[in-house]
Design a binder for this molecule. Structure first.
Ligand code: MLC
Ligand code: AMP
Length: 493
């Protein structure tokens, strides 16, 4: 039973979604998703965990497709609208998807691939026609969603969550942050990651609230909305707050006053997906009066730690476990160090934790120890609250809130005919958290970095493309021949 969708009948006439300046009620969402589900089923009784990939920008149509796949018993696999074809192809092949739903603008991009793989390619605009059919009963323990996340391997892994996982992830946040029907949130985050899908969209719809979409982040438009008097909630990554501060700082003094007055009306502003620098928190407070609520999460676990909605929000800290989520800190000897104040890896247990990496039983097994999920993030328990110190792997980069694998970028760079060897690292950056930087070994000492970037654009999404390059005679290595990335980072800094 998909409670998120069942609950919608309680709010039938309320506005669920605003997209392209048009408001859609919960009843319209139920009707549209029923029709799409009918077409997905195509006479079958149950999609029985068929993977349905969909490439639809954040909009009413995106949500109707997501709900339809769930209602028909399928697994949602949202594709990223910014990804070039090879990245989309990887997800389509890895999930072994049978159905592809697209907005008309993406049809040509994917038509050949769909034909080659004998997939059903459906245009979202053809599916919302009022048809209905009997929909299957979907048990809570069935697989619901696969999201791709970069890790310490060169290729992204599919993170599988069940309906039960998703329901728990939503409910714990709805309770902790006191979501209610009257809420109205703006979503400017991509809808192929948990931040946008769970924390913003699904929490809003669970609560009978309104989720308004902007197709992508735009500081002018976001400030317009933030100061417009309708929004009650806003959630974003630190880079977005950085950009909103820059916009405010460039405004005239009257405009600054107007924006600051307007944004005060919200009841809650949240930051997450990457460390929120204390100066950003402080500047935002001076501008808006809001102390950003920082929380910590991960694709595999949804949200795990959060500062309090009503009591203390401590700068530089991520608060305490959300209700129902268990956290321990374990040092390299396997000792629980939460109470000693020593650094340890955050390990997580609870109904929020994902089911498996898609078709990767070994990776799934290795992700746990004694039933605890190993996050790879290092934290301390400081004066009653968790504080993230960093990650245990130099190969994971967080830029603009996106997780990026250095190994994946190195693999791609090595395919370039002029690059003999390379190493990729993340360099600290005020705006992006980290920026991707690459050291290249090449016989061409005048290698054109802009041409390399252009070449990469065909293969990788923009946020994975290195912003800084150096050419080195050789990469720094330790006595075992392994690249010493800490030394390399210092070369850039
Ligand atoms: C883009 N640019 C970058 C960049 N990304 N430069 C450096 N580093 C990056 N990572 C550059 C572009 O090349 C371009 O430059 C300019 O910035 C604008 O590009 P854009 O694509 O239009 O960027 P923009 O839309 O402004 O994107 C910024 C952003 C985006 C912050 C809105 O990165 C974003 O949506 N991030 C959120 C990701 C997210 O949802 N993560 C959650 C993962 S889940 P030029 O020179 O061409 O102008 C998770 C779990 C949890 O982490 O806890 O939530
Ligand atoms: P993802 O794999 O994209 O879901 O990203 C999850 C990762 O984002 C976590 O493992 C952390 O490294 C990072 N992260 C999320 N929230 C925070 C936060 N508040 N502070 C620091 N890092 C965070």
């Amino acid at each position: 039973m998909i409670e998120l969708i069942n609950r919608a009948t309680n709010f039938a006439n309320r506005t669920a979604i605003v997209s392209n300046q048009t408001a859609f009620t919960y009843q319209q969402l139920l009707n549209a998703s029923a029709a799409i589900a009918h077409h997905l089923l195509n006479g079958a009784k149950d999609l029985a965990e068929t993977r349905v990939v969909f490439l639809v920008p954040p909009s009413f149509e995106y949500v109707a497709t997501q709900w339809a796949i769930w209602r028909a018993g399928g697994i949602t696999v949202p594709l990223c609208t910014l990804h070039p074809l090879p990245a989309l192809q990887y997800v389509i092949e890895d999930t072994d998807a049978a159905i592809l739903v697209v907005s008309p603008e993406y049809k040509d991009l994917l038509a050949l691939l769909a034909k080659e793989r004998k997939m059903r390619l459906l245009l979202i605009t053809d599916l919302m026609d009022g048809s209905t059919s009997d929909l299957p009963a979907v048990a809570l323990d069935r697989r619901a969603m696969i999201l791709y996340t970069s890790g310490t391997t060169n290729l992204p892994k599919g993170v599988v969550t069940t309906h039960q996982n998703i329901q728990f992830q939503i409910e714990t946040l709805v309770n902790a942050w006191e979501w209610e029907q009257a809420d109205h949130i703006l979503n400017i985050l991509p809808l192929h990651h948990v931040h946008g899908i769970i924390n913003v969209l699904s929490c809003a719809l669970w609560s009978g609230a309104c989720c308004e979409f902007l197709p992508k982040f735009d500081a002018t438009k976001v400030w317009q909305k933030l100061s417009g008097g309708q929004l009650t909630l806003f959630m974003a990554v630190p880079t977005i707050y950085f950009k909103l501060i820059a916009f405010w700082e460039a405004a005239s003094s009257e405009e600054k006053e107007r924006l600051s007055q307007g944004v005060k009306a919200l009841r809650l502003m949240v930051s997450g997906s990457a460390a929120l620098p204390v100066p950003v928190l402080e500047q935002w407070k001076a501008i808006s009066t809001h102390t950003l609520l920082e929380r910590y999460g991960m694709t595999e676990i949804g949200m795990a730690l959060s500062n309090a909605y009503r009591t203390e929000r401590r700068p530089g800290h991520v608060g305490l476990p959300l209700p129902g989520v268990q956290i321990r800190l374990v040092d390299t000897d396997g000792k629980d160090v939460k109470e000693t104040g020593e650094p340890g890896e955050i390990q997580i247990k609870g109904p929020n934790v994902f089911k498996e990496y898609w078709r990767k039983p070994k990776a799934t097994e290795e992700a746990y120890i004694d039933g605890w999920f190993k996050s790879g993030d290092v934290a301390i328990f400081n004066n009653g609250m968790f504080k993230i110190l960093g990650r245990d792997s130099v190969d994971i980069i967080k830029s603009g809130g996106y997780k990026i694998s250095a190994l994946e970028i190195e693999d791609v760079l090595r395919r370039h005919p002029k690059i003999k060897e390379c190493a990729v690292v993340g360099i600290p950056d005020k705006e992006w958290g980290e920026v991707v930087a690459a050291s290249l070994i090449s016989d061409d000492k005048n290698l054109d970095f802009d041409a390399i970037k252009q070449w990469l654009k065909e293969l990788l999404p923009t946020y994975k493309i290195p912003r800084k390059f150096i050419i080195q005679a050789e990469l720094p290595r330790n006595t075992l021949g392994k690249v010493t990335k800490k030394v390399l980072k210092a070369e850039f800094e």
